[in-house]
Design a protein around this ligand. Sequence first.
Ligand SMILES: *Cc1c(COP(=O)(O)O)cnc(C)c1O
Length: 378
Amino acid sequence: MYKLMTPGPTMVKENVMKARSLAFTNPDLDMDFFEDYKGICDMMQEILNTENKALVLGGEGILGLEAACASLTEKGDRVLVIENGVFGRGFADFVTMYGGEAVLFSSDLHRPVDLASLEQFLEKDSNFKYATVVHCDTPSGVLNDVTGICKMLKKRGIITVVDSVAAMFGEAVNEIDGNIDILCGGSQKALSAPPGLTLLFVSEEAFFAMENRKTPIAGFYANIMLFKNYYENKVFPYTMPISDIYGLARALKNVEEDTEILQRHEKLATACRNALTEAGLSLFLETGHSNTVTVMNIPDGLTDEAIIEGIKKDYGIMIAGSFDIMAGKVIRIGHMGEGAREEILRATLEGLEGTLKKLGVKLTASIVESFDKNIANR
Ligand SMILES: *Cc1c(COP(=O)(O)O)cnc(C)c1O
């Protein structure tokens, strides 16, 4: 089995695997499960410091993105899709799928969305029901100032949807209440639980918009409203994946107990980026690197596949290429959750260094030595 240093799924701790393997009850009929589920949602609110309603949905991170669009969009609604990456752009598909009109605010892939340009755009056109934006757009690794962006949108009465699947728990999500109406997270990124669950944080205002639709929500599995009163009514729209949820609970406790988690992501990500550039390699982004993933340009004459296969075969570690418009341009090292540990990140860089040398790349310094120096100098 390869060690996973991909930007999701990430490695999972033993205690999470164990929690998933325990005997379980009937989550539809046993009232204890409703208490457990609510306890987990309360813990999510506490960790992210928000009063917005926390929910866990049975389905991978993408479900949260689709559920937000399905639950908010009515035919003809104008939706602002703020994008500088693959996932950002992808929101337009969900919007149109549910009958909305997606208006794109597109910006350069190599840096975060510029707030001043967005402000200028909004001065001319701000007639949108809601807007979507991605926190860390994983294929390029760019980190957007979602709180700053959402503040600007809320000032104009626009509901906000944020995909923080690849940032949440590795990067801070600040000032959620009053700014971010639907915040999406997932189990398999910095939370280091297996793939399969969506985390949602939904504001009163978002629920109000869903309740006051003229037409019913076109969907069942992606209908957020069906979860709103699960606790009061003691009913879920479908049988909850109880074992996954017990694993998630343990992963959340791991995060809660890990008081240095954000600092560690920052320290290791900085050391990783510095190590690569000091060795003469180049990063895809100009600015705005997320601390959950490092995205490196492929050295001339090489392919992503050759590098990835080399590290897999000789070092037993899996890193990733990219996809969509980013395919074949970069390789990506995920260092989020359990991947944000010095030992495994160092081993990954050792694998990268060895593989690049084997493929004939001349480095200007040792990646691993630079990494160690960067760590020691903190
Ligand atoms: C991983 C990820 C998702 C969820 O995608 P899955 O295909 O469910 O893994 C959504 N948004 C971003 C930015 C992601 O990195």
